[in-house]
Design a protein around this ligand. Structure first.
Ligand code: SAM
Length: 225
């Protein structure tokens, strides 16, 4: 039996990919990609000609069984997302769980993801942290935030530029305006920016300078007594 590889891809800078990731993408029988056009750009850059198949949140429920059958039949398959590590706020979990259930070997390569550089760069404690991904835009949003009021670990959120100020303001209401945080924008890209300060300062900063691009918010945990 062959195996499934999960291969992290760059989050901005095309050079942020491991030698092994390039080697595996070039040697597998098939690459499953969230957006084949996006992945094609990466493959062209590294002269990789492996066939691509679309695999995203709208078709993954239908295709997991046939993907597993292909691996059982002897194919080696790699899963990539548009950027970063598959399965981290991206498709991957369902396929991995199904492979695990069927005892199909799965191997995830270490590599790019936005949460780790944002956390480490924030200067907030990184010995213990919790990854919250995207907060729900509406239903369940308040419950998720209030559930974190007593969280003492550093918290990591993914956010879109359109909701950044709303989220900073809501976090300030529940955690207090003076809670320390850091907004990391456009990591590894030309206009990378890391702004550190209290939640109220960050809200004011981005009200005066509306943000663009991709964003990670790091928030200090509640001080332990
Ligand atoms: N799988 C990816 C990972 O491993 O980080 C995450 C994919 S998720 C759909 C996209 C979100 O990740 C963005 O909205 C942003 O919150 C964060 N992100 C991705 N690339 C980023 C970057 N270069 N700078 C800051 N945040 C980034």
């Amino acid at each position: 039996m062959s195996k499934l590889f999960l291969v992290p891809t760059p989050i901005g800078n095309l050079k942020d990919i491991t030698f092994r990731a390039v080697e595996i993408l070039g040697s597998v029988d098939l690459i499953l990609a969230e957006d084949t056009r996006q992945t094609k750009k990466l493959l062209n850059h590294y002269n990789i000609i492996t066939p691509l198949q679309s695999h995203h949140m709208f078709n993954e429920h239908k295709s997991v069984e046939s993907i597993c059958s292909k691996i059982i039949a002897g194919q080696t398959i790699a899963l990539v997302s548009d950027a970063g590590t598959p399965g981290i706020s991206d498709p991957g979990f369902l396929l991995v769980r199904t492979c695990v259930e069927k005892e199909i070997p799965v191997e995830t390569l270490p590599g790019p993801t936005a949460l780790i550089p944002a956390l480490v760069n924030s200067g907030l404690p990184s010995d213990r942290f919790c990854f919250e991904g995207f907060l729900p835009p509406k239903k369940g949003r308040n419950k998720r935030i209030t559930g974190l009021i007593d969280e003492t670990r550093t918290m990591v959120f993914y956010e879109s530029p359109y909701r950044l100020i709303k989220t900073l303001d809501e976090l300030a209401i529940h955690f207090g305006p003076d809670r320390n945080a850091c907004v990391s924008r456009e990591l590894s890209k030309i206009f990378e920016e890391n702004i550190r300060g209290s939640l109220s300062f960050l809200s004011e900063y981005y009200t005066n300078k509306p943000p663009k691009g991709e964003i990670v918010i790091i928030v200090a945990g509640k001080k332990e007594k």
